[in-house]
Write a protein that binds this ligand. Structure first.
Ligand code: FMN
Length: 347
């Protein structure tokens, strides 16, 4: 959502009244690691409007995809047959301890480029493209938030997808979401989390992706992404934002910590940040969960993974890998027996 300059000003002045207690930030100098002090000073000295418009013209995260409708129309149709997800053997069922990758050393002999992410000649978008294509698939957390009440007492609802997202523990159930910097203003979702400390994290199934993607549009401030997407609001009990009715799994949560990367602010760009969220409620679609409410059926969840560029991947095939115990395994393996013996010798 876009915000007017007036709203931004109001938010900046509201900073000091944000939720107390959960905001932790690093107080370090206003330069990126490789930015020389003179270029940083020159950039910082630029009038704000100039640095914002320079940042806008350098911002290449939302790529121009040409005639995407044409590209799409030339591809095979999505297989909507909902065939059960097949379960195969693992890639190397006869793998043995110490074997590494069983490909006759082919992977182990590959060469690698070393990259300094802070090289002054490396465009930021190259790091973005490298990271999203290399750290894949990523689950998409679909976040529903509500703004704090403005001067007129009104609140605004927000719905947006984030794939710098992960569950990071189950006891307590905790989640992390990363918010990227962009020209001028922080993401509305981040602003809402900072103002209210409340969220619903919703899962994204295959059949939802067009609607979910639509909510990532840079809609003008005040436009409801619920309406843009046509998704339905469902009630929650421990937080104010609604959950997404169409999601198989939704998690109500409260913010427990916020980290803003103050050492990395660039002229004209908003601050990058991450938010730690602790769950307060789970909601799971009745026909997708077992009677103990402890396992969600993958054939019902039909999760998507975000890949590089504008690609997504489906789960169409899985395999299993049991976690093993040292006590039972070391007597069966020469490598583990040797390691067990050498451990005894050093004790
Ligand atoms: C699938 C998907 C994943 C995304 N992941 C992120 C992310 O992890 N972090 C981020 O800052 N933006 C991410 N975006 C972009 C935001 O959704 C987009 O900037 C959105 O407009 C933010 O909305 P807001 O300002 O209303 O919060 C993603 C977009 C899509 C479509």
């Amino acid at each position: 959502m876009a915000m007017s300059a007036k709203t931004i000003g109001r938010l900046v002045s509201r900073r000091s009244t944000l939720l107390p207690g959960f905001i932790r930030t690093e107080r370090t100098p206003f330069t990126s690691p490789r930015m020389s002090s003179s270029s940083a000073a020159a950039a910082a000295a630029m009038p704000k409007e100039d640095s914002v418009s320079a940042a806008k013209s350098n911002y290449k995260i939302v790529a121009d995809v040409g005639d995407f409708d044409k590209t799409q129309s030339e591809r095979p149709k999505f297989d909507y047959s909902n065939k059960p997800i097949e379960v195969t053997q693992s890639p190397n069922p006869n793998w043995e301890y110490g074997q590494g990758v069983p490909d006759n050393g082919a992977s182990a002999s590959k060469k690698h480029h070393e990259i300094d992410p802070y090289d002054p000649d490396r465009p930021m978008v190259s790091n973005y493209q490298l990271l999203v294509s290399g750290i894949a698939p990523r689950p998409v957390g679909f976040l529903s938030t509500v703004s704090g009440s403005g001067d007129d007492g009104k609140t605004t609802k927000n719905l947006s997808p984030f794939s710098y997202f992960q569950v990071i523990d189950h006891d307590p159930p905790m989640f992390i979401v990363g918010f990227s910097s962009r020209p001028e203003r922080v993401k509305d979702t981040f602003r809402n989390l900072k103002e209210t400390g409340e969220v619903v994290i919703n899962t994204v199934s295959e059949n939802m992706i067009e609607a979910v993607n639509a909510t990532s549009i840079d809609a003008p401030y005040g436009v409801s992404e619920w309406e843009v997407s046509g998704l339905h609001e469902a009630p929650t009990t421990t937080v104010k934002p609604s959950r997404v009715q169409e999601s198989v799994f939704s998690i109500e949560g409260k913010v427990v910590d916020i980290k803003e990367f103050e050492d990395h602010v660039k002229p004209g760009m908003s601050i990058a940040s991450l938010v730690l969220i602790k769950a307060t409620r789970f909601w799971v679609q009745e026909d997708a969960v077992n009677t103990e409410l402890s396992h969600i059926d993958l054939n019902k969840l039909r999760p998507l993974g975000q890949l590089g560029g504008i690609s997504y991947g489906r789960v169409t095939s899985t395999f299993e890998q049991p976690r093993r115990r040292w006590k039972e395994e070391h007597p069966k393996s020469e490598v583990l027996s040797r390691l067990e013996d050498s451990k005894r010798e050093t004790e």
